[in-house]
Design a protein around this ligand. Sequence first.
Ligand code: CA2
Length: 147
Amino acid sequence: MTILLLNGPNLNLLGTRQTSVYGATTLSEIETLTRSHAEAAGYKLDALQSNHEGVLIDAIHSAKGKSQGIILNAGAYTHTSIALMDAISSVELPVIEVHLSNIHAREPFRHQSYIARVAVGQIAGFGPDSYILAVDALVAHLSEAAS
Ligand code: CA2
């Protein structure tokens, strides 16, 4: 039983720049924390970050048959990418949308999410804890779906 954790553009820079907006925790630390939490719930975690839309789309396609669900921070592609939205629809896997910042309290262009239209739900504004909450949300969703 595996969860795929996908992070999109610029999130590889976490903890190195703009720490007042996105915090001091690195992506590698977030992946480690998220993996520990997933493993405590009985799931393996595969993690991938890419700055390229097509790589993220390929990873979503490849998750079919390998992962039970996806935790996705699509970064700025959240607000622009119909292609990522269509990829999620095509694989019919549950996706929890995650953001470090509260996108609804920021600039108007961040309020729109194409991912939200096809996600089970969205968690935003809790910094690295958003990812921990996303594991809990996905695990609860998967166990409800199995019962
Ligand atoms: O709050 C989030 O998690 C976002 O997905 C982060 C994206 C932003 O475009 C979304 O609106 C909300 C940006 C990620 C950029 O990450 C950086 C990290 C360190 C330094 C520079 C950028």
